[in-house]
Design a protein around this ligand. Structure first.
Ligand code: URA
Length: 210
């Protein structure tokens, strides 16, 4: 068995454990849990808000209209959906697609942190203000969309974060749609910048050792 298969099996087990252990109240009314999905060794993880109707039905994140738009934007930067990893802050659909409540976000947080640290991506992309504000409560999406945020959180290994508008909000709003597409195109350069920075940091560490 190769390493990728091993890793995705291990991640599947993490999700299966949380299907039982997650104490989110939405569990009682949703059709099923919607765990993160995609490449368990991805360099980028996208985080949305919560599953919608189609996601609740299929048990996979971003499979409705917003997901189709996301897949189109991924193509513009030569990435396929299967090559990256997509998840949500909250793993169960809130009724009538209302915003998730703080206690629902809290109940799903340990699951999110565990999947993020398992994948350990170079870059976390927030899809929309809800997902960004869960990590950066004081930032405004209108001010920081498309800008790289760097922060060392105590419980997360990844240090680089990119907030973007949510594809569902931008889908039918001309100006926001153009901005999101333009911000999306910055992802490859941002990844390159992070990789170069990490190489520099390794060099500095090695110099310190010898
Ligand atoms: N919107 C989200 O935030 N997440 C999904 O999975 C689908 C739509």
């Amino acid at each position: 068995m190769n390493n990728t298969v091993d890793r995705s099996e291990e991640l599947k087990k993490i999700h299966e454990r949380w299907f039982v252990d997650c104490e989110c109240e939405l569990k009682n009314i949703a059709t099923q849990p919607v765990p993160g999905d995609g490449n368990s060794s991805s360099e980028i993880v996208f985080i949305g808000e919560a599953p919608g109707k189609e996601e609740d039905k299929q048990g996979r994140p971003f499979v409705g209209a917003a997901g189709k738009f996301l897949a189109e934007m991924l193509e513009t930067i030569k990435l396929k959906r299967e090559e990256i990893y997509i998840t949500n802050i909250v793993k169960y659909r809130p009724p009538n697609n209302r915003d998730p409540l703080p206690e629902e976000k809290d109940a799903c947080r340990a699951w999110l942190i565990e999947e993020l640290n398992f994948i350990n991506p170079k870059l976390i992309v927030f899809l929309g203000r809800h997902s960004m504000n869960d990590f950066f409560p004081n930032e405004k999406i209108s001010a920081v969309h498309g800008k790289l945020l760097i922060k060392k959180f105590k419980n997360i290994k990844t240090k680089h974060f990119l907030p973007l508008y949510h594809p569902a909000a931008a889908l039918y709003n001309g100006g926001m749609r153009e901005t999101l597409i333009e911000d999306f195109k910055k992802i490859p350069k941002i990844l390159e910048k992070i990789e170069n920075k990490e190489k520099e940091e390794i060099k500095i560490e090695q110099i310190k050792l010898f």
